[in-house]
Each structure stands twice: as structure tokens, then as C-alpha cells.
Write a protein that binds this ligand. Structure first.
Ligand code: F0G
Length: 454
């Protein structure tokens, strides 16, 4: 058995609540069958996300105490700038309060009505900001990337032929930038290879286009490159990360994921790009040396960036995910393979093959799994999608229940509990029914939307 090993010890703990099933039934009803709306007082294992929930290290907490509180010119910010330069290899840094704030700034500045943004795949907030500015996304994964059961090591790769075709068809003037997302979140945390990123760079150069890298899950993508891309086996995490960021003109990130704290940033070595966005930071985020982030969190971000280079730290989440995925697979539960980053992803379309996609199988599975286990996962399917301009539902390419495994948070026995409960639900899957919306917000509806059983 390939048992993952915790390479850290637990020194601060938080009590969990495993409430009885009767309470869980009331709780999920009160939450409109939407796990985002549950209170953690009713949640046993919170596998909603890794965003801001990765464990902090002793060194991060310690650094928070030396934070330099200053509106302008804070030394904490100088330390973050230095970390960004040393780890990501970028000199100029614009701080923002989280990842989507970076997307807001970048899209406001570069996306105009009618524009098309070629990307490996969208993330919910990145797409929302492109749409908000009148643009649209062209998703250019290779066709096999959507085969959920697969051993393709780099499902996050962009299809280079599709990219060239997209540029030729839409015209360079209608393309503000190419976006590559590290560890492509919505298809199951699947990485791209460095060889592929180099190919994308060559196309960008050929057409004079800017390449933007969403680095929110960069550390894990780099780790999987080291594991899966033969040419990079002997390289350090530092080399691999710098190689990836070096290929992009602009790098942005959610520090809630990248460095396990809060905040975000946009960084570049091209001064003219920095200047083009600079004025938007004080307008939307805060002064240029804090960008809406507390100075304490800025210190934690800086330390967290250096820790991203530590393989014993960065390997934790992927190795626990691999265990969880392979154990579920052994039991016949349909899961996304190969195991990726961020979490394990259950294929709800197969799991709930009796529920039509218009009745949100992934949302139904998320609610049912909470009910029978107290574990909170996240729907990543059609509830997380959008409607087209005529109000017609755009069915998601994949219907997934994501069970996030934040770094260094859960123990192996807790992971075994997840497997045991999922097995029970799989054996009793015909009990799960579909859902319909009772309250549907116009933007990012999955966050606060309410549903009921059909
Ligand atoms: N890009 C990617 C790839 C992300 O995964 C996220 C957030 C963002 C951008 C936005 O960053 O939340 O700091 O504004 N992903 C979280 C998740 C929310 O649960 O997957 P943010």
C-alpha cells in the first residue's frame, strides 16, 4: 500500500464538530442544498477548498509578528517584493487582495468588448471578469483532457494547433493575451508540462501576444512536472518554478492558494506592463505597498513563497490526494485520474448516471455526501457554470464533486473516513435525487444560490 506520510507535526489544533445526521439534514436544507452556505459548526471535514485553508507554518506565524504597519513604504512589502523576485523571478509587483482582484485589474486593463482570450481552461472567477469586460474565453485543451479516467500526465496542456487556429480566426488584434492556468483547477487540478508552456510561448512570440500565467497552483504544478516530465526530474523546485514564470510576461496569483495565507499579486519584469496597471491598484485595492492585504498576511505570503520551494511541504497535498484517488478507484468509485492537485474529484455524471445533467448531478452529490458524512465538498459542474445571453443553461463539460485536500490539514485516518463514507454512498447511490434552483444570483451563482430536490 502506498501510504502517504505526514512530514510535519501537529502543534496547534482546532476542534471539529461531527453533528448527528438529523442536524445535518436540517443544515443542508437551511443551506439551500448548497455546501457554500453551510456553517462550519455543522461541518466535520471541510473539503470545500484549499483557498485560505492550507495549514500555516510556524515560520509564517512568527513572521506575522514582525509586520511593519505602514500605509506606505512598509518593510513587509519590501520583503514580499524580494520573495517574489527570488522565487518567481519577477522584479515588479502589484499587490491585490486576492486572485480575482488580479483578474479584475488585468481584464479591466486589457480585455475590450469583442475580445477573445485563448486559455487552456477557464476558472470561474477568471471567466467572470473576462465576460464582465465584454470578452469571451476560448478553451483550447486537447480533446482527451476531458476524458476523466485517463493516465495522461499533463491534461492541462494547451492544444497548440487549436491555439494557432484561434488566433488566425479571430485576428491578433482581438486577442488581448493568452492565459495559461497552472494545475488547471476545473478539470481536476491537472498540470501542464514545461514543454507545452514553451510551445505556447513560441506561438505568443510569433504573433506578438502577451502570455499571462495564473500561478495560483504553481507550486503543485511544478512538483508534478518534477514527478512526471522526464527532462525536469533532476531539477530543483526553484529551477522549475523560475522556468515556468520566466516564460510568461505577466504572472498573477491567489496567495490564498500559492502561499497558504491571504492576498494576491500581479508581477512582471516588463516595466511598461507594470505601469499600464499601476494606477488601478490604488483605485480598487489600496496603496501600492499593501493592495488591500494586511501587513501581517504580507509577511506570511513572503515566507509561504519560499516554502513553496520545499518539496517536503509541497508534496503533502498531492501525495494525500493520490492515496485518496487510488483508494476510491480500487473500490470502483468513478474519480478523475491521474490524481492531480488541490483535491480528489469524483465524476458525478457516472456516480449519479440516473440524474440528468439539467438537474445538477454534482450539486446533488455534494449535498448527499455532506448529509451522510458531515464532509463538505464543492460542486464543480453546471451549478458553477453560467447561462448564455438567451438565458439558456451552458452545461458544464464535466460534473465533478471536488474534495479539497488542503496542505497539511487532514490526517490519514480522516482521509480513510472520506473513503469509507464515499464507498457507502456509492453503494447506495440510487438514493440521490436531482436539484433545481429556487434562488439564482445573476453572477457567480454557485456561491450563494439556493436549490431544492426536484
Ligand atoms: N485562479 C485559480 C486557478 C483559482 O483556483 C482561484 C481560486 C482564483 C484564480 C481566484 O482566486 O479566490 O483568491 O480570488 N480558487 C478557489 C478554489 C476559490 O476554491 O478553487 P481568489
Amino acid at each position: 500500500e502506498n501510504i502517504p506520510l505526514e512530514l510535519h507535526k501537529v502543534r496547534v489544533v482546532q476542534k471539529l464538530h461531527l453533528v448527528p445526521i438529523e442536524r445535518r439534514l436540517d443544515a443542508i436544507k437551511e443551506a439551500g442544498f448548497n455546501t457554500f452556505r453551510l456553517s462550519t459548526a455543522d461541518v466535520f471535514l471541510d473539503m470545500l477548498t484549499d483557498s485560505g485553508t492550507n495549514a500555516m507554518s510556524d515560520n509564517q506565524i512568527a513572521a506575522m509578528f514582525r509586520a511593519d504597519d505602514a500605509y506606505a513604504g512598509s518593510q513587509s512589502f519590501a520583503r514580499l517584493q524580494q520573495a517574489v523576485e527570488e522565487v518567481l523571478g519577477k522584479k515588479y509587483l502589484l499587490p491585490v487582495h486576492q486572485g480575482r482582484a488580479a483578474e479584475n485589474i488585468i481584464c479591466r486593463r486589457y480585455v475590450k468588448p469583442g475580445h477573445v482570450v485563448p486559455m487552456n481552461y477557464h476558472f470561474t472567477t477568471s471567466l467572470a471578469h473576462i465576460l464582465e469586460n465584454g470578452g469571451r474565453a476560448a478553451e483550447l485543451l486537447r480533446d482527451e483532457a476531458l476524458e476523466l479516467k485517463s493516465e495522461n500526465p499533463f491534461k492541462g496542456n494547451m492544444d497548440i494547433d487549436k491555439l494557432v487556429k484561434c488566433i488566425e480566426e479571430n485576428g491578433v488584434e482581438n486577442i488581448p493575451f493568452i492565459r495559461m492556468e497552472a494545475s488547471t483547477n476545473l478539470i481536476g487540478g491537472q498540470p501542464f508540462s514545461i514543454a507545452n508552456l514553451m510551445d505556447v510561448r513560441r506561438v505568443a512570440d510569433k504573433y506578438g501576444l502577451m502570455l499571462v500565467l495564473d500561478a495560483s497552483l504553481l507550486g503543485e504544478n511544478a512538483y508534478l512536472v518534477k514527478q512526471r516530465e522526464a527532462e525536469w526530474k533532476e531539477n530543483s523546485m526553484a529551477d522549475i518554478i523560475k522556468m515556468m514564470t520566466g516564460l510568461a510576461d505577466l504572472v498573477y496569483f491567489s496567495a490564498r492558494k500559492l502561499s497558504s495565507s491571504r492576498g494576491g499579486g500581479i508581477c512582471t519584469n516588463r516595466l511598461e506592463l507594470f505601469k499600464e496597471m499601476e494606477a488601478l491598484i490604488p483605485l480598487y485595492e489600496g496603496f501600492l505597498t499593501y493592495g488591500g492585504i494586511s501587513v501581517r498576511e504580507i509577511e506570511a505570503m513572503a515566507v509561504g513563497l519560499y516554502e513553496t520551494l520545499d518539496e517536503t511541504m509541497i508534496s503533502q497535498s498531492p501525495s494525500f490526494i493520490a492515496y485518496l484517488v487510488r483508494e476510491m478507484e480500487k473500490r470502483g468509485i468513478p474519480v478523475v485520474t491521474p490524481p492531480g492537485v488541490l483535491g480528489a474529484h469524483v465524476d458525478a455524471m457516472k456516480f449519479c448516471s440516473h440524474i440528468p445533467q439539467t438537474e445538477y448531478p454534482a450539486g446533488a452529490l455534494a449535498a448527499a455526501f455532506y448529509l451522510i458524512s458531515g464532509i463538505r465538498g464543492m460542486e464543480r459542474g453546471t451549478v458553477s457554470s453560467v447561462r448564455d445571453e438567451n438565458g439558456v443553461e451552458i452545461l458544464a463539460d464535466v460534473e465533478l464533486l471536488r474534495l479539497a485536500v488542503p496542505r497539511r490539514v487532514f490526517t490519514l485516518s480522516q482521509i480513510k473516513y472520506v473513503i469509507d463514507r464515499m464507498q457507502w454512498l456509492y453503494d447506495n447511490r440510487e438514493l440521490i435525487g436531482g436539484l433545481r434552483f429556487t434562488y439564482e444570483p445573476p453572477v457567480l451563482r454557485f456561491f450563494m444560490g439556493g436549490l431544492e430536490p426536484t
